[in-house]
Ligand binder design. Structure first.
Ligand SMILES: [Fe+2]
Length: 232
């Protein structure tokens, strides 16, 4: 299992506070069957420079050089006008790929400018946006939104914990059953409040959508690491 969304790097965002907590989270991921974790600390271009973000991420990475699972550098980048000030966004993408985990604005509705920014990311920067936790945005409640995002050329990531959360569960299952979800992530932040919940979520996906869907998700993950375009 590849976890495409984690906040395990120590002291870079609201995830693991220090090295000990990071290592505890990594142990928890391993117990949940994760062999590779994509490290996706928050990057908000209106608050931090890209250079500072990369420096802090590199430093945090060095602290986890003895981790018992494979760690891959990436980001959870907030879609924001300021992003377009940079000529190259590849340092934010999943290491050695064109895939970029994107956090969308938490608004009641996304107007056309949001969709235009997504299209510009794809055309001008050659990145493949992965929309983080699609089930969590108020603006994505409309049933047509996931299809619209995919038609633009985005992929959709689901938080495994949402499948077990009373507030998100119905929506998460509906997205899975519709076949909209391309990649999974735990979005784990800490051991107490937002720990990784994966095994139970995979069982639920298998019950709701069958074993083949799990296999498809696994295949997608491997292709992403090989930088193969999995969009249809
Ligand atoms: Fe996150």
């Amino acid at each position: 299992m590849i976890d495409f969304h984690t906040h395990i790097l120590p002291a870079v965002d609201d995830g693991a506070a220090n090295r000990d907590e990071a290592l505890t989270l990594i142990e928890a991921l391993k117990r949940e069957g994760v062999k590779t974790a994509v490290c996706t600390p928050h990057f908000d271009p209106s608050r931090t420079s890209l250079q500072d973000f990369i420096m802090h991420r590199n430093r945090a990475f060095q602290e986890l050089s003895t981790a018992c699972i494979r760690l891959v550098a990436a980001s959870e980048t907030l879609l924001h006008d300021y992003l377009f000030h940079y000529a190259d966004l590849s340092p934010l993408c999943i290491e050695n790929t064109e895939y970029l985990l994107l956090e969308m604005p938490f608004l009641r509705k996304w107007d056309d400018s949001v969709y235009t920014m997504l299209s510009n990311l794809i055309s001008d920067y050659n990145v493949i946006p992965i929309i983080a936790h699609i089930e969590r945005y108020p603006a994505a409640k409309g049933r047509a939104i996931p299809g619209r995002l995919k038609a633009i050329g985005c992929l959709l990531q689901l938080n495994t914990s949402s499948l077990l959360d009373a507030g998100c569960r119905k929506r998460a299952i509906r997205l899975i059953k519709k076949g909209y979800i391309d990649l999974l992530g735990s979005d784990c932040h800490d051991k107490a409040v937002r720990p990784p919940v994966i095994i139970k979520a995979l069982q639920l996906i298998e019950e709701q959508a069958g074993r083949d869907y799990i296999r498809q998700l696994e295949e997608n993950g491997l292709k992403v690491f090989s930088n193969i375009d999995i969009r249809n």
